[in-house]
Ligand binder design. Structure first.
Ligand SMILES: Nc1ncnc2c1ncn2[C@@H]1O[C@H](COP(=O)(O)OP(=O)(O)OP(=O)(O)O)[C@@H](O)[C@H]1O
Length: 303
């Protein structure tokens, strides 16, 4: 622990005129769960493919687990796992056969195939053809294919896009487990919520550049955005509602039947609300990664 799993310096990749990756510096620590967050077209996939050694950089360098990735470095293959898109499964194979192909490629004992099917919750589907799996099941199978050889470092490209909320949460649990075992995980996503929930550190990308990389908490803290405290309910006696005169209140806004307190000192305001016994209908909103994106780009975040 403590070393770098990935070191990217001055990386640039263009498709003709399009600078998909435009001068990226990034490090990922050993054992870290790193998120690469950005809207469509930000360059996440291109960055990931270049770090995986699948694309030749136009400029800059990439080292993975202490080794250069380009030209193709066969020593790295057993040590990294790359999740393929579910659409690239071999047709007409069952889930077990599909995973078996990957196990055979890596010289992994066949017995481990069923262990992994169990692990990703697909043992009952072992005999189903891959085209008959649901979206979430197909994603879990593709993750098992990336992990069957027990790599130290795993790359996942938008593993939860197109999943319903329940399937997404199940997949989050699986990904947490994979990380808890000590693996380094790098995941791309355009979901702010996913990045905030899963990742220890997040690199926010836009237009081929990494705008900022840090823990979600630090990104939000640096933003220094005010907290919004929403006091719901029209039944609150008027003289108990938060008002401008309260200590710590920067502004008061009215929304439907709620009063919104804008404050940089939420503790003081919440304590006062507690004293008037109004904590039932109180919701506290702090800054989010969405606000961080807005602050850095001047644009609202739209995945
Ligand atoms: N093979 C290609 N040929 C030409 N342009 C490409 C190619 N692949 C990607 N691009 C362009 O490069 C830019 C970055 O694309 P990339 O797929 O890396 O972004 P992304 O952040 O992964 O987006 P998404 O979330 O939509 O997958 C985009 O402008 C895209 O249109």
């Amino acid at each position: 622990m403590g070393g770098h799993a990935i070191e990217v310096e001055g990386l640039a990749v263009a498709y003709g005129e399009v600078r998909a990756v435009d001068g990226v510096d990034l490090t990922v620590g050993e054992g870290e769960f790193m998120g690469i967050l950005g809207p469509n077209g930000a360059g996440k996939t291109t960055l990931l493919e270049t770090v995986e050694g699948l694309r030749r950089p136009d400029a800059g360098s990439v080292r993975v687990l202490g080794e250069p990735v380009w030209p193709r470095n066969p020593r790295l293959l057993p040590r990294i796992g790359v999740q393929l898109q579910a659409s690239s499964f071999f047709e007409r194979l069952t889930a077990r056969e599909q995973l078996g192909v990957f196990a055979a490629l890596y010289g992994v004992p066949t017995a481990r195939v069923d262990d992994w099917l169990e692990r990703v919750g697909l043992i009952e589907k072992a005999g189903s053809r891959v085209e008959d799996l649901s979206g979430g099941q197909a994603q879990r199978l593709s993750i098992a294919c990336a992990l069957v050889h027990e790599p130290e470092l795993v790359f996942l490209d938008e593993p939860t896009s197109a999943l319903d909320p329940q399937a997404r949460r199940n997949l989050w649990d699986l990904l947490r487990g994979i990380h808890t075992e000590g693996r380094t995980v790098v995941l791309t996503t355009h979901s702010m919520e996913e990045a905030e929930t899963l990742c220890q550190r997040v690199a926010i990308m836009d237009a081929g550049r990494v705008l900022v990389a840090d823990t979600p908490a630090a990104l939000v803290r640096e933003l220094d955005a005010p907290t919004r405290i929403v006091v719901a309910g029209s039944d609150v006696p008027h003289d108990h509602l938060p008002a401008h005169e309260w200590p710590g209140v920067d502004a008061i806004e009215h929304e439907h039947d709620a009063t919104v307190v804008v404050t940089r000192d939420p503790a003081t305001v919440v304590a006062r609300l507690a004293a008037v016994d109004r904590l039932d209908g109180v919701r506290v909103h702090t800054g989010t990664l969405e606000d961080v994106f807005l602050a850095r780009t001047g644009r609202a975040y739209r995945a």
